[in-house]
Design a protein around this ligand. Structure first.
Ligand SMILES: Cc1ncc(COP(=O)(O)O)c(C=O)c1O
Length: 377
């Protein structure tokens, strides 16, 4: 599914030198290696502020809290994401409510959000948290319009979307604040857990810096109850090295995605339309989006059988995500039931992520496509 050693080998010398520098300067928490990464990252994304922290999960909490979202607030997000998209809203003290996804992009559907906003219950909503799932930005034209009309804050879950763009603008600078994850499988990855908040607001950035260090503006004077969620020097140093290569890696992912499309079409097994009955449906890059293909996710009606078939041929695949968030035991208190979000539930039954990473070889891709063709025929 993913061979991280292929990325490490050509970078080995550069990474070891960067880590050695941290050891020599003994700046293990925040400090110069993290500050250098933060300013390079902000420059690359075209945002004013980047604030490193311990994980993407913490970045989501920190982005919400720094943007002033907390107790008494309601935040709308998607049921088709990683657990943290919803758990971070709880952690911030706010109440999550869910709206269904667009079946083509798998991203939160602004129309579904608007329906909720207009519901007779008139729930006062403070913010929307769209997720740029699989590396493609959520429909930001739609969400910007909703934000203007309803006075909502927009917080991006950009965990999977380093380098993704919407209408030429990079993820991370689209909303009021954004959260990135540098979990080792992400497009831009640390050598452990790491995350980052980005924002163009001076006030939000200042609050994020304060909240990631126990609410301290002055040493041992605590203005608010924050948390310890700082980025460590080793991770900052590793990320600073990889930042130089990420644009090229994302381009390779785009080439691989294009090649998958061509190979599947050549086999005649890719079906048009949103849902497969026979064959498979391929993922799309929508107009206005610059997809960075964190995952290449197909739909298949006989998904579980296909996954077993691939596993028997030693081909890795993964299901992101098999249980929609409204069906998670941990979120029972939200009061949702099966059937509440049919598009998310259908996606959870049909999606299958195929191997995609910059160093994936053409012959390996052909093996994947041949195996899927064999399964279908
Ligand atoms: C969409 C999404 N949100 C949040 C996270 C949480 O990031 P982390 O694993 O770095 O805490 C992830 C990563 O797993 C993710 O994919």
């Amino acid at each position: 599914m993913l061979d991280l050693k292929r990325q490490y080998q050509p970078l080995q010398q550069e990474l070891l030198e960067a880590l050695q520098h941290v050891l020599e300067t003994q700046q293990f928490i925040l400090g110069e290696p993290v500050a250098a990464f933060e300013s390079s990252a902000a420059r690359q994304l075209g945002v004013k502020h980047a604030i490193g922290c311990s994980s993407g999960t913490d970045a989501l909490w920190l982005a919400l809290a720094a943007a002033g979202i907390g107790a008494g607030d309601t935040v709308i997000t998607t049921p088709f994401s990683f657990f943290a998209s919803v758990s971070a809203i709880f952690r911030a003290g706010a109440r999550p409510i869910l709206a269904d996804i667009d079946p083509v992009t798998f991203n939160l559907d602004p129309n579904a959000v608007e329906t909720l906003l207009k519901s007779p219950q008139q729930i006062p909503v403070r913010a929307v948290l769209p997720v740029h799932l699989y590396g493609q930005c959520a429909d930001w034209d739609g969400f910007s319009e909703l934000s203007r009309k309803h006075g909502l804050k927009l917080i991006e879950d950009a965990a999977q979307a380093w380098g993704a763009e919407w209408q030429g603008k990079k993820a991370g600078g689209l909303g009021d604040a954004a959260a990135f994850s540098f979990y080792p499988t992400k497009n831009l990855s640390a050598a452990g857990d790491a995350g980052m908040v980005t924002t163009n607001s001076d006030e939000t950035a200042e609050r994020a810096r304060m909240l990631r260090q126990h609410g301290m503006r002055r040493r041992y004077h605590h203005d608010e109850i924050g948390w310890n969620t700082r980025l460590d020097g080793f991770q900052g140093a590793v990320l600073q090295v990889k930042l130089k290569y990420i644009a090229g890696w994302n381009e390779r992912r785009r080439t691989i995605a294009k090649r998958y499309r061509a190979l599947f079409h050549a086999k005649g097994i890719a079906k048009s339309g949103s849902f497969p009955r026979h064959g498979i449906v391929l993922p799309l890059e929508v107009p206005g989006a610059h997809h960075v293909w964190h995952q290449y996710v197909i739909r298949c009606a006989r998904r579980d059988a296909l996954r077993e078939f691939l596993a028997a041929r030693k081909i890795g695949s993964e299901i992101y995500y098999p249980v929609p968030l409204h069906m998670q035991t941990a979120f029972k208190s939200l009061g949702y039931r099966e059937g509440d979000f049919p598009e998310s539930e259908r996606a959870a039954r049909e999606v299958l992520a195929l191997p995609i990473f910059p160093e994936l070889r053409e012959e390996e891709q052909k093996t994947v496509v041949d195996a899927i063709a064999d399964f279908l025929t």
